[in-house]
Design a protein around this ligand. Structure first.
Ligand SMILES: [Zn+2]
Length: 439
């Protein structure tokens, strides 16, 4: 027992000799959750209509033979159309005809297109799946081509999920077969209410319903999270999506219409681990005095995105001695937040840049006096240090009074139709009416 205790002291001493700013060693976490962002599905406009593998490259529908092609990596629409058998002259005509509707030279690799031919080998139609909801159709007409850009009609259906946390929201979401994008959205909805790595406990429960957008029966993207509930240590947090375009209201609110967006995010990292807390009196092992730690350290792998906890302006950005690469953001209400030891900054930021809440401003690193990748984060009010984990902040904008009756009716509707009758995972086909009315 004694030996191991001594070795801890020796280690701490060594670590303290190496750097002065943070007197505790920080190890990078290997939390799988930090890889979450790479798994977020593409936004609707970035997605392509899925290729029907079952139907094969060529399928015969009525009297039309369909040949399917894909614009390959490092290839162009010109080369791909050549491969499909069009002459350079035909391609020029196609591109020219398409131009008023869509610039075919901008088609990205991965885009699929279909050539439809009659049984007598005449071209009937060429269709480019520009995006998940946009289709460019080209028809030969006499000696020319005619182009038409079509927007697919989309349908919205509501998907509901629920689960119980054992170790993290992420793993419980995966277990409940929640698409990764929706797990991060759910975490986002409550990111001002629940700190998803500091406050969650085994046994916490959650449920939510989200809009899925379909075009021609296929998934093309996600809409809003209509409602969500997170029961954190028997403390229930509820959220309802509400918008009123005329009044410029849009977002998630609690059951009384209060905004879920606090003035600051609870953490500058989406997922991470606190390795050292704020302390005004921390014992310094070398100097044998109490030496404070005026910030919170988050262990996270190098390159983990660091978000500004609130909106504001950059007042400092650059390399500052033992702080390493540091950004300081000034917020309303005489608040200021500082982010230290970054590996790099978000490109384009400089002193005076306007920052939105949650905007990525840099990436975790170990610049300056740091033994390993971690974020040292500080919060100031009236230029004096605050404990970021205990500072009391006022909530931000709520549902305006004149809309409150509408809002409360909307909440009841959602509760009746999507919350109370949920039994495990369930699908319903329609979008809530009131949700439409409020637009
Ligand atoms: Zn620190």
């Amino acid at each position: 027992m004694k030996t191991s205790w001594q070795s801890v002291i020796v280690f701490t001493l060594l670590a303290s000799l190496v750097f002065s700013g943070c007197t505790r060693a920080h190890e990078p976490t290997d939390d799988p959750i930090t890889g979450a962002e790479s798994q977020i599905p593409l936004k609707p406009e970035e997605m392509k209509i899925p290729y029907n593998k079952e139907s094969g490259a060529i399928s015969s529908i009525l009297n039309v033979v369909r040949e399917e092609y894909e614009i390959k990596k490092n290839s162009t629409s010109f080369e791909s159309l050549r491969e499909a058998g069009f002459s350079p002259q035909e391609i020029n005509e196609i591109v020219k005809a398409a131009k008023p509707e869509y610039n075919l030279s901008q088609v990205t690799p991965g885009t699929r297109f279909t050539v439809e031919k009659t049984t007598t080998e005449e071209i009937h139609r060429v269709v480019f799946n520009i995006s998940n909801i946009q289709r460019l159709e080209l028809y030969p007409k006499e000696d020319n081509w005619v182009a038409e850009l079509k927007k697919l009609t989309t349908k919205t259906r509501i998907l509901s999920y629920e689960g119980e946390v054992q170790d993290s929201l992420w793993t419980s979401g995966m277990k409940a077969e929640v698409p990764p994008y929706l797990i991060t959205e759910l975490a986002e909805v409550f990111s001002w209410e629940v700190d998803f790595y500091r406050e969650i406990r085994p046994g916490d429960r959650w449920k939510f319903s989200a809009e899925e957008i379909l075009a021609e029966g296929k998934h093309v993207g996600w809409g809003n999270i209509l409602h969500a509930e997170y029961i954190n240590q028997d403390n229930s947090h509820k959220a309802y999506y509400f918008e009123d375009k005329a009044k410029g209201v849009r977002g998630h609110f609690d059951e009384l219409g209060r905004s879920l967006r606090k003035m600051f995010l609870k953490s500058p990292l989406k997922f991470g681990r606190i390795t050292s807390r704020f302390s005004r009196r921390r014992f310094h092992p070398i100097k044998k005095i109490y030496r404070p730690h005026y910030g919170v350290d988050y262990g996270a792998p190098r390159g983990t995105p660091v978000r500004s906890i609130g909106g504001g302006r950059v007042t400092k950005i650059g390399r500052f001695g033992s702080a390493g690469k540091m950004i300081v953001v000034r917020h309303p209400g005489n608040f200021k937040s500082r982010y230290l030891h970054l590996s790099r900054f978000k490109p384009g930021l400089r002193v005076g840049s306007r920052i939105e809440q949650g905007q990525v401003i840099g990436y975790v690193g170990a610049t300056g006096a740091a033994t390993g990748p971690h974020l040292h984060f500080e919060l100031f009010k009236n230029d004096s240090y605050q404990d970021p984990l205990n500072v009391k902040l006022p909530p931000s904008q709520s549902v305006p009074k004149e809309l409150l009756p509408n809002y409360l009716e909307h909440v009841q509707y959602i509760e009746r139709n999507y919350v109370q009758q949920e039994e495990g995972r369930q699908v319903s086909a329609e979008k809530p009416e009131l949700h439409k009315d409020t637009q």
